[in-house]
Design a protein around this ligand. Sequence first.
Ligand code: NDP
Length: 254
Amino acid sequence: MILERFKVTNKIAIVTGGTRGIGLAIAHALGAAGAKLVVTSRTDKFGGLESLQKANLDVSFYEGDMHDKSVPQKIINFVIEKYGRVDILVNNAGVAQHGDMEEYNDELLDKIMNINVDSVFRMCRSVLTPMKKQGGGVILNIGSISGLVSNIPQPQVAYNASKAAVHMLTKSLASDYADQNIRVNALAPGYFRTEMTKLPKEHEHWYPIWNEMTPLNRMGETEEIGTAALFLCSPASSYITGEVLVIDGGYTSR
Ligand code: NDP
């Protein structure tokens, strides 16, 4: 009975950036718990779609660039046309770019804010109408510990600010739409092993620094975030909304 609450059988779930890394692990977790998946990204060059299909999951792919302001609404339209509803929206697509502020040009700033904040705002805005109409839903935004603390040694002011915005967007939306039975939460991951955290040779010495600052003394594996996402997207967390769940091996406990 209790385990039933972790199931999302036949729920329609969108995972943006669901073709690799953290998004792919979240898609696997939701799919294994019974959801019908729509994953989105610009490409599927790491074979994520195939891995979901090989796991016998019900999955569709929507190819779109979040830089294009019209894409979030198009994704929702695609899903509504196909299934008539959206039960779960995971806003995971994101980008990181290190750099000292003095050298951080407008193009980089726009890129970070467009993908990490504006597209999350637009996805949420577009999904609210169908979720209200159908009587509720769940939104999970992927923030970061970088929205809570300033990571070192890498300089990443813009990224940190973008993730803090995701956390506040989450809390505000949760408060505003709780009466519509729409729950909104965020995950704040620490360091996870993905394409995003693959460092060039000259920065490889950051890895031991990251591990040393993490009480569990290692980076997270993406499966470890999939299960946390499933918890927040399933009825197991039915009384949780407006929460930013930190999953960082203890990094922010120090
Ligand atoms: P990856 O770089 O491995 O994956 C990012 C995903 O987002 C890809 O599927 C990518 O697909 C998609 N994406 C990127 N840009 C766009 C775009 N313009 N339009 C549409 N889709 C896009 O990153 P992670 O899996 O590591 O990160 C996932 C989320 O987790 C991000 O929001 C990140 O900020 C956050 N996070 C990651 C941490 C980590 O340690 N890895 C720590 C804390 C937070 P494609 O490029 O094909 O479009």
